[in-house]
Ligand binder design. Structure first.
Ligand SMILES: *[C@@H]1O[C@H](CO)[C@@H](O)[C@H](O)[C@H]1NC(C)=O
Ligand SMILES: *[C@@H]1O[C@H](CO)[C@@H](O)[C@H](O)[C@H]1NC(C)=O
Length: 446
């Protein structure tokens, strides 16, 4: 009897307590930061839901399943009545969604808005929330792999078009939106295939926007060039001998001499950065990534033999302003000279990326800067990107391409733990794309 009574009392008190907490939560939602994202996102709640739904599709390497992502994108395109919509599959299982909003003058060069569907792997246990749940915290922060890189822009492009269509806006130029696979693994089965296809030729692209970088300040970042990766393997051979003998030109001695030359070059570039003469993305970087030499036994390395072969790998990122002939000569004559019994090969060697004009010589630049300014945000001067994106394929064929993601006031967590985007930044970005799309598709010059 007593027990039942006290249980009932506890239950009543628990209910009262829970009610108080619920009320407190309600109050806090009305205040401060929470209020500010809700205001910016007024009317865009379905866009946030579309974003979160896309984030929950685990298109994650090493084995992304693109099917569900493509179906989701095509269904969104259907909800906006975008047509034609095309599913281009040049490599089995690696489809590309190509959506089009035709302008009133389709003979003018078109606009391309590109994003990739794949995301880099995660270490789930290091995340605050499951990286494929797209949990949204009370302050509007949406946590998910791909929230910055690049599922945000993919959805923002479409939501901006949805809004422009409902406002009755009619484009003069045609606009295409592409969703590609495999950017995070070099784009070989993705954008590289698209750019060399007949279907791409038929799009007649005049200017493209592709992914950019998150900015921690109030202003937006934009890139107009990127460095090209050259992955270099160098090998040295030399006379094997006893570990106790001093003799010249062992394989390791030959390789070490290359290291000295390479490290000298590395310092010359790094010193420019340290002295503030160049930004990191503007110099040519080189870093050793592996070393291989020596003989091993089940008990460890052989300690008394100088090996006959030694090898090292380097990740070189070639500045768009570098003289590549000079660099090749350096490799041939100093880093891996035949005269020192050395050889080299490229495991990967991207052509030098072009630089898209980001000054008064390009109307696309001025239109972009003005469109962003109309939304109350300043666009930084264009910079070179340290790493690579699909944008390089476009620049290599001479198409003006800006790397731009409308993300400000956000720590750059691309490829790192707890990647997130605040709903306010996401919603603001939709408005930014509305302005850009209006400006680009209305431009009658060129
Ligand atoms: C290169 O290899 C040859 C043949 O083994 C050898 O005679 C020569 O001394 C080596 N030169 C250097 C610089 O290692
Ligand atoms: C504009 O930028 C391009 C590409 O960086 C450059 O080649 C050109 O000289 C610049 N033009 C002007 C007027 O600054």
């Amino acid at each position: 009897m007593m027990q039942a009574k006290s249980f009932a009392k506890t239950l009543v008190m628990t209910i009262i307590f829970v009610t108080v907490i619920v009320e407190l939560v309600d109050v806090s939602e009305e205040s401060g930061e929470a209020k500010s994202w809700m205001k910016t996102c007024e009317g865009l709640e379905p866009a946030i839901e579309n974003f979160r739904q896309y984030l929950r599709i685990p298109t994650v390497h090493p084995s992304p399943d693109y099917g569900p992502a493509l179906r989701f994108i095509l269904s969104l395109a259907g909800s906006i009545s975008l047509h034609p919509t095309r599913l281009v599959e040049m490599v089995p299982g690696k489809g590309i969604a190509l959506l089009t909003w035709e302008g009133s003058n389709p003979s003018l060069p078109s606009i391309l808005l590109n994003s990739h569907m794949d995301v880099v792997p995660v270490k789930k246990e290091e995340w605050k929330h499951d990286p494929f749940e797209a949990v949204m915290e009370e302050n509007g922060d949406i946590y998910a792999r791909g929230s910055q890189d690049t599922k945000c822009i993919g959805i923002q492009y479409l939501e901006a078009i949805r809004n422009l269509k409902s406002q009755g806006f009619k484009p003069l130029r045609t606009i295409h939106i592409s969703f590609v696979p495999d950017e995070e693994v070099g784009g070989g089965d993705g954008f590289a295939k698209l750019i060399s296809s007949a279907v791409f030729q038929s799009l007649n692209v005049g200017v493209a926007l592709d992914e950019g970088l998150a900015s921690e300040t109030e202003t937006y970042l934009v890139t107009n060039a990127e460095r090209s990766p050259w992955w270099l393997e160098i090998k040295a051979t030399g006379r094997p001998g006893h570990g106790s003998s001093l003799y010249a030109n062992s394989a390791l001695e030959n390789l070490m001499r290359s290291f000295e030359a390479i490290m000298m070059f590395r310092s010359s570039q790094f010193d420019r950065v340290k002295a503030g003469l160049s930004k990191e993305a503007e110099v040519t970087s080189i870093n050793p990534v592996y070393l291989k030499a020596g003989g091993s036994t089940p008990c460890g390395y052989v300690m008394n033999v100088q090996p006959s072969e030694a090898e090292a790998g380097f990740d070189i990122r070639v500045s768009p302003d570098a003289n590549t002939e000079v660099l090749e000569t350096l490799i041939q004559e100093q880093w891996a000279p035949q005269s020192r019994n050395m050889s080299y090969k490229f495991i990967g060697k991207a052509p030098k990326s072009g630089r898209t004009a980001a000054n008064e010589s390009s109307p696309w630049w001025g239109l972009l800067v003005d469109a962003v300014r109309r939304t109350g945000v300043v666009l930084n001067e264009a910079e070179t990107r340290k790493s690579t994106t699909d944008g390089r394929f476009l620049r290599n064929v001479g198409i003006a391409t800006y790397g731009f993601s409308p993300i400000s006031r956000t720590p750059n967590r691309q490829h790192s733990t707890n990647e997130f985007l605040n709903a306010q930044e996401f919603c603001k970005g939709i408005r930014v794309y509305e302005e850009i799309i209006k400006a680009y598709t209305s431009y009658s010059g060129l």
